[in-house]
Design a protein around this ligand. Sequence first.
Ligand code: FAD
Length: 450
Amino acid sequence: MGRANEVPDNSPGKTAVSSDVIEALRRSLEERIEGEVRFDALSRALYATDASVYQIMPVGVVLPKSRADVVETVRLCARHGVPLTPRGAGTALSGQAICRGLVLDLSKYMHRVVEVNAGQKWAWVEPGVVLDELNAMLSRVGLQFAPDVATSDRATLGGMIANNSAGAHSVIYGMTLDHVLELEVVLSDGSVVRLGELDDETFEARSKADDLEGRCYSAVARLAREHAGEIERRYPKIMRHVGGYGLDRFRPAVGAGRPFNLAGIIVGSEGTLGVVVGAKIRLTPLPKAKALSVVHFTTRSEALAATAAALEHKPAAVEFIDRMILDQTEGRREYTRLRDFVVGRPEALLAVEFFGENEQALTERIAQLEQNFRNRGFGYHYHRAMDSDAQQRVWKLRKAGLGLLMSMKGDAKPVGIAYTKDDYELDFTVWSNGNQCAAADIVPGSGRKI
Ligand SMILES: Cc1cc2nc3c(=O)[nH]c(=O)nc-3n(C[C@H](O)[C@H](O)[C@H](O)COP(=O)(O)OP(=O)(O)OC[C@H]3O[C@@H](n4cnc5c(N)ncnc54)[C@H](O)[C@@H]3O)c2cc1C
């Protein structure tokens, strides 16, 4: 294997980190951390991509075995001036999991489910736990972590928290933010903080503390207060709003008697404010019974118009599956069984799911939906999936869709585009020369970038 500086760097623009610094960082990491330190060309190439269209060669990769490893890595990166990007499964679509600095992969070792309290419906997990694996474990006690990203067979809780991910059932379950109770986070100076709901008195005391945590509290409260008007005016009023920092979560909280929870600024911050090393998450009971109606449409616009009508029936999910997904799966052996519910050649499908007490109640709700659609002239075929196997086939087809679109070649392939600092209305000075920075940077002039 070649040394780090011998590896061709095909990223846009050269890394600002000199080969001497990289070598010094590698040596210190190898001396101090228990986990894996990989600065070889193959490892760097493996971590140069995620699910986005971008490719950026990192200077190295660390796979920490413990919280102490994360703390040490953060401190060493800060000391050597090397940017750091945490990473879970690397399924992010806009290049959030790649960087020119050091990649910190929390998925390999830090994936324990530390505690499950089924009675109080919460769990304490490490960030690398994969959603499907967590939910397989929780299903034994009738519970789940409810936000269901399509990449659930590999997406990690750390990545979901940092992206504020949501899934098909966001219409009833909301986003990851709604299910995070507390976070344990390593800040840019290596301090470990536990962020959860604070009453007014504790908030006052914390925000006066002369340390990085204290400055984070006071900065977020001040920004939310000073920019309250702009936030109200410009933050999109949509449920699945994930762009930028969630300062709108704090505006009404400050001074309004609602508990202040700084975890809310970490959720959705895409690894730029600190490294999540533990999370207390809310658990949700599994639905007692489920049923799915898959409505077939001759045009996309008819399916889109029917979506609003479907919402009148208070479904658990409404998923749009269009011709492109159907075309991509047609004639491919692995998808033949999944497509057995498709009748004719629909331009689009709407999968409308209901949760309820039992099958009888669900059958009635599906019948009402179908009647409503028929009355309005929506759809030409209504497929009912009442048992789990039949439902799984529909969901697997839907989940396969985005992966298939992403594997398309040529101009037809849809791509995700990352926004830069200039695209944000509020300037937190957190993006600097394309490198990700940490919590210190939201406090102007107060801290170091990592
Ligand atoms: C085919 C496909 C389908 C998808 N479907 C959905 C969907 O239905 N809903 C949805 O919301 N998203 C979806 N996504 C996007 C992505 O899968 C999710 O956002 C997922 O939750 C990311 O998890 P991850 O473990 O892969 O995170 P990564 O991609 O590894 O990282 C995502 C972000 O989290 C940060 N991060 C990771 N771990 C930590 C940590 N411990 N501390 C601090 N920051 C951290 C990273 O720096 C990065 O900014 C999809 C992506 C693909 C490719």
